[in-house]
Design a protein around this ligand. Structure first.
Ligand SMILES: NC(=O)c1ccc[n+]([C@@H]2O[C@H](COP(=O)([O-])OP(=O)(O)OC[C@H]3O[C@@H](n4cnc5c(N)ncnc54)[C@H](OP(=O)(O)O)[C@@H]3O)[C@@H](O)[C@H]2O)c1
Length: 326
């Protein structure tokens, strides 16, 4: 029987166990996909440890690439034998083969290999909706400063390159000098080691007291207050993750002095329809196949070593994307 990584209850990395799971035929609107590579993401940690409550037993994983084996009734955009990649709800990509909704499964261009496909769909589509659609009221123009936290991570390295392609001046934060160097090599204009320096103070210096138009903040608890300080009047706080813990409750009056906007977006709202998901994926595929965005797969773990992969991600030991190999 095919193998999958399941948790019987939410908790630490030790809860993840390799199990045998029977996989049936796809129903209406579904496909069966045999994975060739699986993407690791920070959301997998939240779903494993209970920050995001989910029913168990649960097969984890939100990103993968592979070959379509069978399609259910009503699925018109895929057929058996197609190469495909996705990020999709529900979780379940930590598996050799699965049945899943077809809506967010996209044909993978021949020029993109399976490993790259598995490493880029959740992270790249996130950067797509953030830089294209999660914008301040005044819009973003070439030459504008934006602040991006955790810029040497999976989402972060894609953002550095995409922002440069759009002409934005991305101020990166990252947790070590090596990570700062990586962000700079990928298109950040300035990089701040936020474990060694006060990033809000440095942003004020870099922008000559003006602040940035948008902060893209996936760190959450540890950076929230400083991020608000970095915004210029009418700026946008785009809080899209919580790697350091959930953002604490805050008073709306914290926004009043500068008339700030706050949003807390999720990729799964953006890719909820087939048309929208495909349009976003097409944009991402162009960025990758044209070479404007390179997907950095900096870590590889066999599926059976998924516990070590989670420990490395949580300990801030990874850069770029991480793939679980089959
Ligand atoms: N809302 C959405 O639609 C959406 C979609 C995709 C991803 N996300 C979010 O985007 C973020 C990045 O995702 P990813 O998968 O690419 O992960 P990642 O950036 O590769 O890894 C997370 C990074 O967060 C930083 N970090 C800061 N404080 C941390 C702490 N206390 N513990 C652990 N890490 C900490 C670390 O970088 P430094 O060492 O450089 O600080 C770490 O490498 C995550 O928060 C994820 O949930 C949100």
């Amino acid at each position: 029987m095919p193998l999958a990584v399941q948790i019987a209850r939410q908790g630490g990395p030790e809860e993840m166990k390799l199990v045998e799971l029977a996989v049936g035929d796809p129903g209406p609107g579904e496909v069966r996909i045999r994975h060739r590579a699986i993407g690791l993401n920070f959301i997998d940690v939240y779903q494993r440890n209970g920050l995001y409550a989910l029913p168990t037993p649960l097969t984890l994983g939100m990103e993968g690439a592979g070959v379509i084996e069978a399609v259910g009734a009503g699925v018109a955009h895929l057929q058996p034998g197609d190469r495909a990649a996705y990020t999709s709800q529900p979780p379940g990509s930590y598996s050799e083969v699965r049945v899943m909704p077809a809506t967010a499964v996209c044909k993978l261009p021949d020029a993109i290999d399976f490993e790259t496909g598995a490493a880029m769909m959740l992270k790249g589509l996130t950067v797509q909706y953030l830089l294209r659609r999660t914008l301040p009221a005044e819009g973003l123009q070439a030459g504008d400063f934006i602040l991006w936290h955790a810029a040497a991570g999976g989402v972060g390295l894609i953002a550095c390159q995409w922002a440069r392609a759009l002409g934005y001046r991305l101020i990166a934060t990252a947790g070590s000098e090596e990570k700062c160097a990586l962000a700079l090599a990928n298109g950040a204009e300035v990089a701040i080691n936020y474990r060694a320096e006060d990033f809000a103070q440095r942003v004020a210096e870099i922008t000559q007291g003006q602040g940035v138009k948008v902060v893209y903040d996936s760190v959450g608890k540890d950076t929230w207050d400083g991020s608000l300080q970095c915004l210029r009047p009418f700026g946008l706080m785009a809080s899209f993750g919580n790697a350091s813990g959930a953002v604490p409750s805050f008073s709306l009056s914290a926004l009043a002095g500068k008339g700030l906007y706050v949003t807390r977006p999720s990729i799964y709202t953006h890719i909820a329809t087939r048309e929208r998901c495909q349009a976003m994926a097409d944009d991402l595929f162009v960025m990758v196949t044209s070479g404007q965005v390179k997907i950095h797969v900096d870590q590889r773990f066999p599926l059976a070593e998924v516990q070590a992969a989670h420990r490395a991600l949580e300990a801030r030991q990874t850069t770029g994307s991480t793939v679980l190999a089959l």
